[in-house]
Design a protein around this ligand. Structure first.
Ligand code: SF4
Ligand code: SF4
Length: 204
């Protein structure tokens, strides 16, 4: 584990874009749409528990709709992520890719007192984990903290969605709770973020 640097070098093998399901936060989705003008209804899919491994039952981002459960993911096909260019294998939205993609395969560690300890490489991933380069941990730490905050917003948003009733509720509707055309200030995500920042937000 490294406090200031972590030893790693990406070999661009493509595993993390081809074989791994990416679970973006609503903040990630908004960033992609804002910056790339892609249609979220095209690049998002909702997976059922039997379609994804390693997401525990208690994960707070499971959406509940009429007795079924779904989790939001970047759409994939047999060749991998929606954004993986099938000819070049590069990410088509690299500058605006989700934080999870930026943090792979790094693992954050902290003490029992929740003080920062450093980063290592996840041991249970298919990345070759070559270690012949030194990556500074400060940018990783900043990304991790940002992702944590985004995840908390995501959890609140899912909780609000799951409290809604309605026999016609579908997981696709979840997209509308944080993204609506030009991301107007009526989105529930704006309300969640405003509350977190101690501001009041009036829905019009
Ligand atoms: S968004 Fe880009 S970096 Fe992330 S999994 Fe898809 S292709 Fe890979
Ligand atoms: S799996 Fe590891 S080596 Fe392969 S592209 Fe992803 S980060 Fe790079």
């Amino acid at each position: 584990m490294g406090k200031h640097v972590v030893h790693f070098s990406c070999r661009h093998c493509g595993h993390c874009c081809r074989d791994v399901v990416c679970l973006p936060t609503p903040h990630d989705v908004i960033e992609i749409v804002r910056r790339t003008k892609r249609n979220p209804y095209h690049f998002i899919e909702f997976l059922t528990p039997d379609e994804i491994d390693n997401v525990p039952d208690w994960d707070p981002t499971w959406l509940e709709c009429n007795g079924d459960r779904y989790i939001m993911a970047l759409h994939r096909d047999k060749k991998g992520c929606f954004f993986r260019n099938k000819r070049t294998s590069f990410c088509e939205i690299y500058e605006h890719r989700p934080l999870l993609c930026r943090l792979y395969p790094f693992r954050f560690h902290e003490t029992r007192q929740r003080k920062y300890k450093g980063f290592s490489l996840h041991s249970d991933v298919g990345c070759p984990r070559e270690r012949d380069n030194a990556v500074e941990t400060k940018p990783l730490h900043d990304l991790f903290v940002k992702d944590q905050t985004n995840q908390e917003d995501y959890n609140h948003l899912v909780a609000a969605f799951n409290r809604r009733n309605g026999s016609k509720k579908s997981p696709t509707e979840f997209i509308r709770t944080f993204i609506d055309g030009d991301f107007d200030e009526n989105s529930e995500l704006v309300e969640v973020v405003s509350k977190r920042n101690g501001k009041t937000h009036q829905k019009s």
